[in-house]
Design a protein around this ligand. Sequence first.
Ligand code: F6R
Length: 614
Amino acid sequence: MCGIVAYVGPRDAQPILLDALGRLEYRGYDSAGLAILNGKGVEVRKKSGRIEELAKACRAKPVEGKSGISHTRWATHGAPTDTNAHPHLDASGKLALVHNGVIENYLELKQHLTKAGHKFSSDTDTEILAHLVGESFEHSKEKGEKCLIDAVRKALQKVQGTLGIAVLHADLPGLVVGARRGSPLVIGVGNGENFLASDTQALAPYTDRVVILQDQEIVALYADHFDVASPLGQKAVHVEKIENGVASSDKGSHPHFMLKEIFEQPETVRNAFRGRLDLEESSTKLGGLNLSLDQLREYERIFVIGCGTALHAGMVGKYLIETLAKIPVDTQHASEFRYSDSPVHPKTLFFAVSQSGETADTLGALREAKRRGFRCLGICNNVSSTIARESDGGVYMHAGPEIGVAATKSFTSQVVIFTLLAILLGRLHSLSAADSRRLIEALQQLPDHLHALLKRSDEVRKIAAKFASARSMLFLGRLANFPIALEGALKMKEVTYVHAEGYPAAELKHGVIALVDKDTPTVLVATHDGVYDKNLSNLQEVKARGGPILAVAHEGDQKIGGLADAVFSVPKTHELIQPILNVIPLQLFSYHTAVALNRDVDKPRNLAKSVTVE
Ligand code: F6R
């Protein structure tokens, strides 16, 4: 949420900042800006709207200079206007600052600064921070480089909340100061030039050597070196080599990242189980859990925390683990767990699920679980993320960068990982080798089934075109297909802005049925399983009230074919693996509906890919 890039070196800063910002646009895209030291002072350009708007302004009137800071915004305080866009200046107009995060005590600080004569031009919390740092710097005697670093440190002592910041000062050319508390920041190490960014992806074309800043650290970034200090003083750093992910963040022949990522699922699903199947033992191997089989057997309960799509994957995981391993599983929104007093059984193993590994609510919940003394494992895609680093072990998704704001391939990878976990735990308890083998075979067949299913994308497009005028939709499913219904509804809301609700199918008659009418399609996940007949009854209930029915059903299901207004046909697989196939038409349905409605599929309004604020 919000992206930061800074550059210090011998090259023109503007094109580098704009290019790198473009790779961070998924973090926020309602306004963008940059500040560059042009030899005379700080020159700022900022524009509401996409980074392209900023680029246009910079092309019309380029800013020349060799060091600069930049920002792409997801508004928290203040509307997405030119004025509220970052960078913000201090009272002297010489210091510029960009910020990712939220300053919780900003009103109190603003009152204090206003009394001292400060004037503010924006509605943001960030401008307060710029003034605080500026005030502290102006009060320093020498106004040298060390003073700017001290000014940042002192200002941060006064603010509460999360932040990642970058600061520069007109009188200190060749220096950018960065600081991290809660929001990620990485140093990109170049040859005679250095970078700062919210993630490594932004820096992929420039360097593959990075230093991941830890919480409470401050960096002084120069062209030829950088110094990192923790609250304990100067710190030796570890430069890591990262894999360059530029190629995979390309849309290829697809019009949108979302569609590309939906179509990548045969491969990403395979990557999630590759090397993790133990055919000899009819089990799975998850070495990253950092637990011996005996230790794993000791856990009596599991608790899954996550947000949005990641939590939905955890809900499918609950069903799988409870069915195969008979271990009770709790799932909770990370944001709720974090502040709740609910007692947790002492022999509980936690899992924090997060594609980005940076979601503030999930990170907060992970820290809370660890604070209470629980072992907490991560299921993440981003290997260098904070959640991946702070968890006690875990399983990587290996799904490659997910750029589309709506999560698709990460969901199926997470469900595959929960399947592997459920098999492993099941085999430690009472799951038979024969039953486990059937599941493993179904997993191995999954990429082929997905290939076949994705060939039906055009059928889904035609159904989407027919129902795109609906202003509200219901998504229903039971058991493991209930989270699939939730996920279908979430995808629909996110990318089409059509109101959608997901429910367990039987809840229909407890109130939801009042919404059914001829203009409100109901999407029912009704593949053949133990509750198939119950789902058919729900289908009849909707039909009896004139509601259009769109059913996810097995290929060749005549009964449903005869009753539903449209059918999303899916191949038949093992009942416990089926939800992974069932979600695909729902992803495609929301995608094609969004295209039919001319929505900005990869960057839906008001959203950001990585939610690094609470
Ligand atoms: C939905 C979506 C969000 C994320 C949620 C958690 O399409 O993208 O609901 O799933 O913000 O994000 P991660 O998995 O990065 O923690």
